[in-house]
Design a protein around this ligand. Structure first.
Ligand SMILES: Cc1cc2nc3c(=O)[nH]c(=O)nc-3n(C[C@H](O)[C@H](O)[C@H](O)COP(=O)(O)OP(=O)(O)OC[C@H]3O[C@@H](n4cnc5c(N)ncnc54)[C@H](O)[C@@H]3O)c2cc1C
Length: 400
């Protein structure tokens, strides 16, 4: 029988996280939010974050690393907490239900350690993986290119082999944390013929140090989140030693799959926490705000929206937990993680839309975090595989 009751260990983990957020992150958030009042305070001319904001983010991430939260999902042999998928779900829900901007830096995302890096040898682990797990360094997952987003069969970045090293050339775009990463995890075509024939093999994943000659941060991609989070990466004749391969040559996409399935489930867990935040804020607002002489929570339209959000959130939570549990049992969750990512991000988007509606004009004002969560919810339907790509994966599992 499936039992999702959190274990004593998970309960303690969640309790510790909550107290860490209240004690250390909430005061930091106050500093962080000041920069969001005015875009000119937050972003430099090129669109990247000003060093002061970066320092606040680094502090939040490092403290989470010191306390062992940041890399909790990584195995103990890699310096992580060895927390299973169900435990991680409860931690994600706890982190995101506070609705703080800094929450994005408390548990590792694309800028942190992922199972993909377990393919590294011990020397590389010491240099790259262990500092990442502690939150002392950051990375970026560099796959997308101007002509290859959903269509990963159209990569143009190449890495030519010359004896013991490779020469990397190409342009990546929309890469989260590209402007600040200490190193990139970059995907490049190493066997064009194999790649053309198979569309999957023939691509290799590399570690590319920021100091490598020819490594350049390009244009900052300015998104609706306006947080300087994404940028282009340019590789011009970067000389990469063969020790910097992640996993086997030509097998980069297989290596990446160990991250992508997990990444989809992570986003779904995040959606449940954000959904809880939106529902709580909406209920509170509807109870306090009066119109035509009574709290708006008394009106059937508003009650209906809140009831729909509560029911959908419940379904979403059970679905994510079930998928996390299956993953913990060692099941392949390719179909399920696609379903969960599609469902959870769309539910969150609906909840965010209702939260904006319930808050009226205040819902779209920057004074409240609701508009920020609404924009984030929209973005989540695109990253880590769009709605349509998830539906394609699900359709394939139906034999279509
Ligand atoms: C905020 C943000 C952060 C990101 N971070 C990273 C990162 O860290 N690393 C990284 O590598 N990338 C990152 N990306 C890129 C992201 O993964 C891509 O934007 C995403 O995969 C979609 O690719 P695209 O933008 O090229 O859109 P396209 O692939 O051009 O898609 C356009 C539209 O066509 C649809 N479409 C495409 N193919 C099909 C199909 N076969 N069937 C039906 N519909 C289809 C899509 O669903 C979409 O609606 C990020 C993007 C954003 C917005």
């Amino acid at each position: 029988m499936i039992d999702f009751t959190p274990t004593e260990e998970t309960r303690l983990l969640v309790k510790g996280l909550r107290s860490f957020i209240e004690r250390e992150i909430r005061p930091l958030e106050e500093q962080y939010r000041q920069y969001f009042e005015d875009e000119r305070k937050r972003l430099q001319e090129d669109g990247s974050l000003v060093p002061e904001v970066k320092a606040v983010i680094d502090r939040a991430r490092r403290r989470s690393g010191e306390l062992g939260y940041y890399g909790m999902h990584m195995p103990e042999e890699a310096g992580g907490g060895g927390v299973n998928r169900v435990g991680l779900f409860f931690a994600q829900r706890e982190v995101w239900r506070h609705g703080l901007g800094l929450n994005a830096y408390l548990l590792a995302g694309p800028e942190g350690p992922s199972p993909m890096l377990l393919h590294l040898n011990e020397t590389q682990r010491e240099k790259y993986l262990y500092p990442l797990v502690k939150g002392e360094m950051t990375t970026c997952f560099s796959l997308t290119e101007p002509e290859a987003g959903s269509d990963i069969k159209n990569l143009k970045t190449t890495a030519e082999k010359h004896g013991d090293y490779y020469i990397l050339n190409g342009l990546k775009t929309f890469i989260t944390n590209a402007a600040h990463a200490d190193f990139a995890q970059a995907f490049a075509v190493t066997d064009p013929k194999l790649y053309k024939e198979s569309g999957y093999s023939g691509v290799t994943a590399f570690i590319v140090d920021r100091q490598t000659p020819g490594y350049k941060v390009g244009r900052i991609n300015r998104s609706i989140l306006d947080d300087g989070g994404q940028a282009e990466l340019i590789f011009e004749n970067c000389k990469i030693p063969k020790e910097n391969l992640i996993g086997e040559e030509h097998m980069g996409f297989y290596v990446a799959m160990s991250w992508i399935g997990v990444g989809r489930l992570n986003i779904a867990g995040m959606c449940v926490g954000l959904g809880e935040y939106l529902l709580k804020e909406s209920v509170e607002y509807a109870t306090q705000r009066t119109a035509f002489g009574k709290p708006i929570a008394k009106y059937q339209h508003i009650r209906g929206m809140l009831a729909e959000s509560a029911a959908e959130l419940y379904a979403c939570e059970q679905m994510v937990l079930n998928c996390a549990w299956r993953s913990d049992q060692g099941e392949q969750i390719i179909k399920e993680s696609a379903m969960v990512k599609y469902f959870a991000t769309n539910i969150l988007y609906r909840l965010a839309d209702r939260a904006v509606q319930i808050h009226g004009g205040m819902g779209v004002m920057k004074e409240l975090p609701i508009e920020r969560v609404f924009k984030l919810a929209r973005v989540l339907r695109i990253v880590e595989g769009t709605d349509e790509i998830q539906k394609e994966t699900i359709a394939k599992s139906l034999g279509l």
